[in-house]
Design a protein around this ligand. Structure first.
Ligand SMILES: O=C(O)C(=O)C[C@]1(C(=O)O)C=C[C@@H](O)C=C1
Length: 98
C-alpha cells in the first residue's frame, strides 16, 4: 500500500470510531427519552389524558427546526426524525391506555 492509501485507511478508521461513539450516544439518549415518555404515558393513562398533544408537538417541531438550523443539520430531516420518534411514543401511550 502507498502512504496515501495508508493515510486514507487510518482516517476512515478514525471517522468510523467517532461514528460508533456517536451511535452509542444516540442509542443511550433515545433510551433515556423513552424512559421519560413511558412515565408520561403512564400519567396520561392514569388521568385519562389523550395519547397525543398536537400543540406540544407543534412547539417541539418549531424548536427543533431552529436547533437544526443552528447545528447545520437539514431541518426537514430533523422534523422527519422527531415525527418518527413521536409516532412510536404515541403507539406506546395508546397501548398503555388499552
Ligand atoms: O409531551 C407529551 O405529552 C408526550 O406524550 C411526549 C411526546 C414526545 O414524544 O415528545 C409524545 C406525544 C405527544 O403528542 C407530544 C410529545
Amino acid at each position: 500500500m502507498t502512504d496515501d492509501t495508508d493515510r486514507a485507511a487510518a482516517l476512515l478508521r478514525e471517522h468510523r470510531e467517532s461514528i460508533d461513539r456517536l451511535d452509542a450516544i444516540l442509542v443511550y439518549t433515545l433510551a433515556e427519552r423513552f424512559t421519560h415518555t413511558q412515565a408520561v404515558g403512564r400519567l396520561k393513562a392514569e388521568h385519562s389524558l389523550p395519547p397525543s398533544d398536537p400543540s406540544r408537538e407543534a412547539r417541539q417541531i418549531e424548536r427543533l427546526e431552529w436547533l437544526a438550523k443552528e447545528a447545520d443539520l437539514d431541518p426537514e430531516f430533523a422534523k422527519k426524525f422527531l415525527g418518527f420518534i413521536i409516532s412510536e411514543v404515541i403507539r406506546h401511550h395508546e397501548k398503555l391506555q388499552n
